[in-house]
Design a protein around this ligand. Structure first.
Ligand SMILES: *C/C=C(C)/C=C/C=C(C)/C=C/C1=C(C)CCCC1(C)C
Length: 249
């Protein structure tokens, strides 16, 4: 006889729970941004498309990561970093698109993308090549290199070119929006290093005994906040900036 296994979520597994809700939330957010795109002015359509792509790409990866985790009980490290390598640069594109009207050049976008790729490649080496049993020196070394890329993005959006361009734009909507996104980078993105430090040999793993399964818990929560939250802020800017359309009698 042919038996199909039904996937169930164990009561004591909050990580499985966040994989399932994360998947569905990303999926719904992608549909939302792509449909709402038709309601905003032309100049914001690309931004909404990018929000839809970020959450859509994440949804597909969550679909696979969820199954990987349910079957193996392990961190889907490769899938996680493939997802981030596509979605984090797209978040950098959002900053470029928001400040483009104020004169942002393509060079700014590439600098942000370069820094975020450094952050992710170093993070991947730190996690995927962590020796069996965990090595503190390995995780700290690559964590610090990764943090250089993170700090570059943080600086650029808080004080560097992105901030200056937002100030120079004569739109308070854009200024407020960029400020809110900068907060996401400062607070929301800072959740990831916490997850990273839970892996075997990581600082939180050795000092507080936080288990390595928490890596995914932190990453899943952070992804939902950052990817959907980021998209909603962009959406809010586009809606606030709409030309008032005359009511149809
Ligand atoms: C949608 C996915 C996002 C916004 C992912 C962001 C990831 C980070 C900000 C990761 C940062 C890390 C460090 C700053 C040091 C340790 C290694 C990382 C990659 C977890």
């Amino acid at each position: 006889m042919f038996l199909m296994e039904i996937m169930t979520i164990p009561k004591d597994d909050p990580i499985a729970f966040t994989f399932f809700t994360g998947y569905m939330a990303m999926f719904a957010a992608a549909i939302f941004f792509l449909f709402e795109r038709s309601r905003v002015d032309d100049k914001w359509k690309t931004s909404l498309l990018v929000s839809g792509l970020i959450t859509g790409i994440a949804a597909v990866h969550y679909y696979y990561m969820r199954d990987y985790y349910m079957v193996t009980g392990e961190n889907p490290t490769a899938l996680r970093y493939i997802d981030w390598t596509l979605t984090v640069p797209l978040m950098c594109v959002e900053f470029y698109l928001l400040t483009k009207a104020a004169g942002a050049k393509l060079g700014l976008m590439w600098k942000l993308i370069g820094a975020s790729v450094l952050m992710l490649v170093a993070g991947y080496i730190g996690e995927a090549f962590n020796p069996e049993g965990g090595s503190t020196s390995h995780s700290v070394l690559w964590g610090v290199i990764s943090a250089v890329g993170y700090v570059y993005v943080l600086y650029t959006v808080w004080a560097g070119e992105v901030k200056q361009l937002a100030d120079a734009s004569n739109s308070t909507t854009v200024q407020k929006g960029v400020r809110t996104l900068a907060w996401f980078v400062l607070v929301g993105w800072a959740i990831y290093p916490i997850g990273y430090m839970c892996m075997p040999g990581g600082w939180l793993n050795i000092s507080l005994g936080w288990e390595s399964s928490n890596v995914d818990l932190f990453y899943n929560i952070a992804d939902a906040i950052n990817k959907i939250g980021f998209g909603l802020v962009v959406y809010g800017i586009a809606i606030a900036d709409r030309k008032v359309t005359p009511a149809v009698a």
